[in-house]
Design a protein around this ligand. Structure first.
Ligand SMILES: [Zn+2]
Length: 292
């Protein structure tokens, strides 16, 4: 990744910062947005990191490798190796981030009562940021945390592809909603540029994840402009090919037929063709190369 740089490691996870975050911070200082904005931004970084660590450490408990955590303008992103299609695992990983935010808000709440002046300002900002971040991430706009919870719930009976399709549809509706909200008058200054960007993120990454799940489930898709079409009956193709193309073992396999054979009577070339359609083949039961 060349669009971010490494700043360190925490719990064995590489932490990276996207260059746009530095640009954004520079802009804030340049535009002189005021003390509260800078305090909020500086408080935001460790809070985002803790939120992502919440996701990451729960994922690791399930044996999922966390590649890295990156700060980028819309928050943080923990990249993980493939998460299993399991409602419990996906649900627990997704809820862990917002749960960290609500726990932090709860921990800091007493300070808003006991302090005054600048300390009160910081404590209050900290609580509000955590409540907002936890709450906002629970919006069911897949692939945001709330959307992942929705998919986990929809996929609880095991149909992960259908669950993803539905979660992505809900996410797209939410994304359109975010655009519409931006057009309403009287937006807070930080919402109007953020919401359309988050809406685009939801739309784009939701689509990417849906394509990945479709592919994993043997569905092929074609893309025409912004539209994606599932190639009908894609799953039947390997079956047809198998009926037509898969070679039968010779009646009397063996070295005497003038070509190398493997257990089961298939030549290495035939095995390679089989594996192309059927995936990696296991050992033939009882196969020892002897003619049967
Ligand atoms: Zn999250």
């Amino acid at each position: 990744m060349s669009d971010s740089f490494r700043i360190g490691r925490l719990f064995g996870i590489t932490i990276r910062v996207h260059y746009l975050v530095v640009v954004l911070l520079g802009l804030m200082l340049l535009l002189n947005l005021g003390r509260l904005a800078v305090v909020a931004y500086l408080l935001l970084c460790p809070i985002v990191l803790l939120h992502e660590l919440g996701h990451s450490l729960v994922a690791r408990r399930f044996g999922i490798e966390v590649i890295d955590i990156t700060f980028w303008p819309l928050g943080g992103m923990a990249r993980m190796r493939q998460i299993p299609e399991d409602s419990r695992i996906e649900g627990l990983i997704a809820i862990a981030g917002p749960a960290v935010n609500f726990a932090l808000a709860l921990l800091a709440a007493p300070f808003t009562l006991l302090t005054g002046g600048i300390l009160w300002e910081i404590a209050m900002t900290f609580v509000v940021i955590n409540l907002l971040m936890g709450g906002f991430n629970l919006i069911p706009a897949f692939p945001m945390d709330g959307g992942r919870l929705l998919r986990a719930w929809l996929g609880r009976r095991g149909d992960w592809l259908a669950a993803t399709e539905r979660a992505v549809r809900v996410g797209r509706t939410m994304a359109v909603g975010m655009f519409v909200v931006t057009l309403l008058p009287g937006q807070p200054f930080f919402l109007s540029p953020m919401l359309p960007l988050i809406a685009m993120f939801v739309w784009w990454t939701g689509r990417q994840e849906l394509l990945a799940v479709r592919l994993r489930h043997g569905q092929r898709t074609i893309n025409i402009g912004p539209f994606t079409f599932v190639v009908p009956d894609a799953e039947s193709e390997p079956r047809d090919v198998r009926a037509r193309d898969v070679p039968r073992p010779p009646a009397h396999p063996g070295p005497d037929r003038g070509r190398p054979t493997t257990p089961g009577g298939f030549s290495p070339e035939e095995l390679r063709r089989l594996e192309r359609f059927r995936g990696r083949l296991g050992q033939f039961p009882g196969g020892d190369g002897a003619p049967r």
